[in-house]
Design a protein around this ligand. Structure first.
Ligand code: NAP
Length: 421
């Protein structure tokens, strides 16, 4: 029997759901997968989230392309679900629909001054430097000497690193051209990453902390007393991850100071109270154990987590799709960050998607045989797998000429042009 499954979104959890379906195929059940993506390019956060100076993490895209090479896989990129085509229409036509739309909206602090020019979310800044077409034109005020990043997770770390790297180090990466040139003109020299709790509660992971020691042109500064006090608070038998993080932070705190003109500073127990300024950000006030402290700065980037954006016809609550173990309602399922919230690394989505797909398959009865998305598309220009391959190859070829793994096209029309559309 042939079942048709629509997957909405083309990021890691979408591909892992397709892979899990593929793995469950046998003589009795074949799965034809249509993956639908609103951007002209697939790969989700692997293209627009992962930091450009982390090329190894992006090699998972080879797995995605292998999954896409299955003859029963079709890509429908540049097609948005929720506006012209509804989830309900997909649900009528397909045996199952899997929502894999991630969490694209940055959580907000909810403090005064958050709307000032110069205060923004990592949910805008990260796709901007990663060449996401919707963020190409946002303005990032890099004309100040000090920037602040709020949050103690890996996104905060990526953002702080991108702001404080010597920008020529990005020449050999797939950072958007517009971002490399903005970083080269940037006046920012001090970047403060601030955590509202102590180092023992930081959400950074230790490989990311250890990597900071390898920065060749940036000082990395943590106060030794912060780490020593955290070690005491963590007690004799801290969890493995906490110990590993504290060990990595102790190494940073102990490392000899250098004279680079760029510095990354880490401040703990700094709870944001108010962003101040008249026409633009001029500083941020924190509540700390020693009283209120102000850091003068011209840019504040919050990296305090994400929430899913809603799609019509799919119930949402607390930034996630309402679901029970991945089942939403009827033949609709959800995987990845849209299901469980923004946690875990890319690989976490593999086991998560496999479990949801098992549930999905157990709920199948007779195939519907009731059409597919091509009945609904109309005049929309679709980037299918071969058009995407043309885009992919053109970007990689353009990168090769200048010593980069790829040179990304940014604007939708440029991407479509590369796809021959
Ligand atoms: P995260 O790991 O959940 O970290 C969020 C941080 O924001 C926490 O330190 C949290 O502090 C802080 N925070 C939340 N609300 C706050 C508030 N109102 N005021 C101040 N601070 C606040 O989230 P993320 O950094 O967005 O990362 C999302 C996921 O992607 C994580 O699993 C991460 O590991 C993963 N990721 C991995 C990589 C990599 O492998 N290289 C790169 C990027 C992202 P509290 O703990 O006090 O709440």
């Amino acid at each position: 029997m042939l079942y048709r499954v629509a997957i909405v979104g083309a990021g890691p959890s979408a591909y892992f759901a397709a892979q899990a379906l593929h793995n469950l195929q046998n003589e009795d059940q074949i799965f034809a997968i249509d993956m639908v993506e609103r951007l002209p390019t697939p790969w989700g956060l692997v293209r627009s989230g992962v930091a450009p100076d982390h090329p190894k993490i992006k090699t998972v895209s080879k797995v995605f392309e292998k999954i896409a090479s299955d003859p029963n896989f079709r890509l429908f990129a540049n097609v948005e679900i929720g506006s012209e085509i509804s989830v309900a229409q997909l649900s009528e036509r397909y045996d199952a629909v899997v929502i894999a739309t991630g969490s694209s909206l940055g959580k907000r602090l909810g403090i005064p001054g958050e709307n000032l020019y110069g205060s923004m979310s990592a949910a805008d800044f990260v796709p901007w430097y990663n060449a996401h077409p919707d963020f190409a034109n946002i303005e990032i005020p890099l004309d100040c000497d000090t920037a602040v990043v709020i949050g103690a997770g890996n996104v905060a770390m990526d953002v702080a690193r991108m702001l404080s790297l010597e920008p020529t180090e990005l020449d050999t990466t797939d950072t958007a051209d517009h971002a490399i040139s903005a970083f080269k003109n940037s006046k920012v020299r001090d970047v403060y990453t601030t955590a509202r709790r102590g180092p023992e509660h930081a959400a950074f992971t230790s490989p990311e902390l250890r990597e900071l020691a390898k920065l060749e042109h940036t000082n990395v500064i943590m106060a030794k007393s912060d780490i020593e006090n955290a070690v005491i608070r963590a007690g004799e038998a801290p969890e493995k991850d906490v110990k590993s993080n504290l060990d990595a932070m102790a190494l940073i705190a102990d490392s000899p100071k250098t004279n680079h003109d760029r510095s990354m500073h880490f401040l703990f127990e700094h709870r944001p109270k108010e962003i101040v300024g008249t026409d633009r950000v001029e500083g941020i006030v924190y509540t700390t154990p020693l009283g209120d402290v102000t850091i003068e700065c011209g840019l504040v980037i919050t990296a305090i987590g994400y929430q899913a954006s809603a799609i019509d016809g799919v119930p949402y609550e607390s930034g996630k799709v309402v679901n029970i173990e991945g089942h939403v309602k009827k033949n609709i399922y959800v995987v990845g960050w849209a299901k469980r919230g923004p946690s875990g690394v890319i690989g976490t989505n593999k086991s998560d998607a496999a479990a949801v797909v098992e549930l999905l398959v157990s709920g199948l009865s007779q195939p519907k045989n009731n059409g597919d998305i091509s009945d609904l598309i109309g005049n929309q220009i679709v980037v299918d797998q071969s058009a995407w391959q043309r885009i992919n190859e053109a970007e990689v070829a353009a990168g090769e000429l200048v010593g980069k793994p790829r040179r990304k096209a940014v604007l939708r029309e440029d991407l479509l042009h590369l796809g021959g559309l």
